[in-house]
Design a protein around this ligand. Structure first.
Ligand SMILES: CCC[C@H]1O[C@@H](n2cnc3c(N)ncnc32)[C@H](O)[C@@H]1O
Length: 484
């Protein structure tokens, strides 16, 4: 099945809807597509994610948002209200459980029943499909701020149908970012096709006056992902979504830890995505950015965890990211309590407020970092379009096959896995091996030089050991994985 970046007709979407809605009984609640649109229109503007994001962007505010989700509806509502009231969350999620992410609704149902009988949440998120339309509407109506669906679902079509009709106004993910880091053996043809359905549905909401924001999953594997790699995936997903009629997009990036590189990453993500959307003919698109606090291993010690959270908060504020996704002091242990989640939010809010009136000056170092990220990202994007003979969907599929785009430490067998990232002597992410990325000699020599500087400082040859040391460094209280 060749997948091309072409807008679906509504006839095509409607011809497929019946089959999708039939995959679980709650799908029958949303057969009337226009009822969902009418419900969305009944919501106050204060519940609209895109509106709040654009207001924040225009006013230089960095909004704070947690991840959160539990098995049962009343407990989930209580959790979100606590994070809104005690955590001062500007935006709320509903993090979906792993069974639902794999379309394993039967097991999600079992998890719901066991959570009821045991009196505690035995799912690692909110099983929105099983709970269905009315319960999801209760969630949306129980809080005062916009609510987003956060998950990791390769086939997210039914989840989208139900949650959009229920009043969620932002939907995370994409056919690449929820495949390559999340699945081992699902082809990109399939997941790009599945997500064209989701984005076309959102395009239909848009055509009928309802703005739904889309957030490709920025961090990918969250493990030493160079900015050019996550930018490339985010921008291609933005283009694929824009083709289906999506107009509001939040593009994301996972914190790497070097301040200059992270600020450069957020600024270039905004600039490059606007550039590529426009030059591909997508006008009136509104792009915002989201900075994810450190996605790698965390220290167990809660005081140190607050240090990592604070560093992510400070960086997001200095980068002027529109939104920051917050971690908690329980990160090293697992799903946080609502109290720990609220603490992470308040810590972040304190930093963001204190840094609201400061920005990182455009030093030569920052300018050089921005230029390098743009050069690398453009090289990859332009090669993707070339190998796709002018089509972004065909191009990204062929590019993954050829290693032209390559996500470090991804489980997917469709990912080449030939690049090797490692930190330089200042902790910025460079590449020990650029694999088959379409980089010229200048870029390759830049990475070699930066890594060599670290080797000299540590009196060791650059090697895979540096990569391993860097993966464990933050959990051990460091940034650069220095030799013992
Ligand atoms: C890719 C996202 C990983 C992050 O997502 C957090 N996460 C996952 N599920 C939940 C949940 N149900 N409630 C609060 N946080 C959650 C993990 O801790 C990790 O930080």
């Amino acid at each position: 099945m060749e997948v091309l970046n072409k807008k679906w007709s509504m006839e095509k979407l409607m011809s497929l809807r019946k089959e999708i809605l039939a995959t679980w009984p709650t799908g029958s609640d949303v057969e009337d597509i226009d009822a969902g649109i009418e419900y969305q229109k009944s919501l106050p503007k204060s519940k609209n994610f895109a509106a709040k994001l654009l207001h924040a962007k225009e006013n230089g505010i960095t909004l704070v948002q947690p991840r959160a989700g539990v098995a049962l509806v009343n407990e989930h509502i209580g959790l979100l209200q606590f994070l809104q009231n005690e955590g001062q969350a500007d935006l709320l999620p509903s993090t979906i459980d792993s069974y639902t992410r794999q379309n394993r609704y039967q097991e999600a149902e079992k998890g719901i029943q066991e959570s009821i009988s045991s009196g505690r949440s035995l799912l690692n998120g909110f099983p929105a499909v099983n709970h269905g339309l009315e319960n999801c509407r209760r969630v949306v109506e129980s809080v005062n701020v916009p609510v987003q669906v956060r998950h990791g679902t390769p086939d997210a079509r039914l989840l989208a149908e139900i949650t959009l009709a229920a009043g969620f106004t932002d939907y995370e993910g994409g056919g690449i970012s929820y495949n390559i880091p999340y699945a081992k053996n699902v082809s990109l043809e399939k997941t790009i096709y599945y997500w064209q359905y989701v984005d076309r549905l959102i395009g239909y909401y848009h055509e009928n006056g309802v703005v739904i924001n889309r957030e490709p999953f920025g961090p990918l594997t969250g493990t030493l992902v160079p900015p050019c790699i996550s930018h490339t995936v985010a921008i291609v997903e933005a283009i694929l979504a824009a083709e289906q009629g999506v107009h509001n997009l939040t593009l994301g990036y996972g914190q790497c830890g070097n301040l200059v590189q992270d600020v450069a990453a957020i600024q270039t993500l905004q600039e490059l995505s606007e550039e590529y959307l426009l030059k591909n003919g997508y006008e009136n698109r509104h792009v915002t950015t989201v900075f994810h606090q450190w996605m790698g291993g965390f220290p167990q010690d809660e005081a140190k965890a607050f240090g990592v959270i604070s560093w992510g908060a400070a960086t997001a504020a200095l980068a002027k990211a529109t939104k920051v996704i917050v971690k908690t002091p329980h990160e090293a242990m697992g799903i946080p309590t609502k109290e720990a989640n609220a603490q992470g939010l308040r810590t972040t809010k304190q930093l963001v407020n204190m840094l609201k009136d400061q920005t990182l000056p455009l030093t030569n170092e920052l300018a050089e970092e921005k230029e390098m990220i743009k050069k690398e990202t453009r090289a990859i994007l332009d090669t993707i379009l070339k190998v796709g003979d002018g089509d972004w969907a065909r191009g990204i599929i062929r590019a993954f096959e050829a290693g032209i785009i390559d996500v470090p430490f991804a489980p997917s067998r469709y990912n080449a896995g030939r690049i090797l990232p490692a930190r330089d002597n200042n902790g910025a992410i460079r590449m020990l091996d650029t694999g088959d990325l379409p980089f010229d000699k200048e870029i390759i020599d830049f990475h070699k030089k930066k890594i060599a500087e670290r080797g000299e400082a540590e009196e060791r040859e650059p090697s895979f050991q540096m990569v391993i040391d860097d993966i464990y460094a933050i959990g051990k209280g460091m940034l650069v994985g220095r030799p013992n």
